[in-house]
Design a protein around this ligand. Structure first.
Ligand code: ATP
Length: 284
């Protein structure tokens, strides 16, 4: 039996550069991991080639629409595995929220299958397999702060992350990443993000310099159809966060605080207007 943890991610930045000929957007973003995670337990079964996923959330598919299923299916075929796999998935990461829940579960499955079947693949090899299934999966395989370019799959690790807390508020709706990108206009939505300066601030563990260079240029798109994005940001700023912004394509909004006491105050303020709120440590 193999246990894996799948951490959620937050975007410290998301700069969308242009739409490529293959339909993907070229991005330049910095992502980090947080102490909010799904849990997966993998077990071999005697039912050759059979994949069974048990999940505690009725909104998560358990068939081939689930990335966990797709990764296991790939391993069974690619490595001729003579067994079935049973997975117990405990969901804690909000769904369709911009926190890479599905991608992180997929990454945990890559790591889990590698150990369960003693395949001896490196993290780099797992990340390369993961990239075929989703742009955020390589980042989730390594599970630490990185600058991600290309369509998100090219990873450059960042050694340090200043210690801080995040208060996270998820509006009561999900958004599809594709839908947000379809509405995105590179000419109009240029947030002032400087990823070189952001990376330098992280490397120097300079929290105040880090928050100066954070930003997400998908925010202006998502807030057009999810009014809570603006509202939650305002509430968090009034409650004293150092920066409030959206993660990924949203609609999750998060605020950063250097001190836990400050994060507690923000948590209590946002709890009044949002039912899905978390206070977590940024893990780096
Ligand atoms: P990202 O930040 O990478 O864009 P997200 O938070 O926007 O991810 P997910 O929570 O990963 O979105 O879910 C998006 C869709 O993927 C859901 O509609 C769901 O049906 C599907 N999905 C596939 N596998 C999973 C999984 N293991 N957990 C949750 N959703 C999954």
């Amino acid at each position: 039996m193999i246990f894996e943890t799948a951490n959620a991610k937050l975007n410290l930045s998301l700069d969308t550069l242009y739409k490529r000929d293959d339909g993907f957007h070229e991005v330049d973003m910095v992502m980090t991991t947080i102490d909010l995670s799904d849990h997966l337990v993998f077990q071999k079964t005697n039912n050759h080639g059979t994949i069974h996923i048990e999940v505690d959330n009725r909104f998560v598919p358990t068939d081939k629409r689930n990335l966990v299923y797709q990764i296991i299916d790939y391993f069974i075929r690619e490595f001729n595995l003579d067994a079935g796999v049973h997975v117990e998935l405990t969901k804690r990461i909000p769904i369709s929220a911009g926190m890479a829940g599905g991608s992180s579960d997929a990454a945990a499955t890559l790591r889990g299958m590698n150990v369960l079947f003693n395949l001896g693949l490196s993290l780099e090899e797992l990340a390369n397999i993961g990239a075929q299934f989703g742009s955020d999966i390589p980042f989730c395989v390594y599970n630490r702060t990185a600058r991600c370019t290309g369509r998100g799959e090219k990873i450059q690790h960042i050694a340090n992350t200043p210690s801080c807390w995040a208060v996270i508020a998820k509006p009561n709706v999900g958004v599809s990443t594709k839908e947000v990108y379809d509405q995105f206009d590179v000419e109009i939505h240029q947030a002032k993000i400087n990823n070189d300066k952001l990376v330098r601030a992280l490397e120097n563990k300079d929290y105040l310099e880090m928050v100066k260079h954070m930003g997400n240029d998908l925010e202006l798109v998502t807030e057009q159809f999810v009014s809570e994005v603006k509202q939650f940001k305002e509430t968090m700023i009034n409650a004293g966060v150092d920066i409030a912004m959206m993660s990924g394509s949203g609609p999750t909004v998060f605020g950063l605080c250097q001190k836990e006491r400050q994060a507690n105050k923000v948590y209590n303020s946002i709890k009044g207007c949002c039912t899905d709120v978390y206070k977590v440590r940024v893990l780096g």
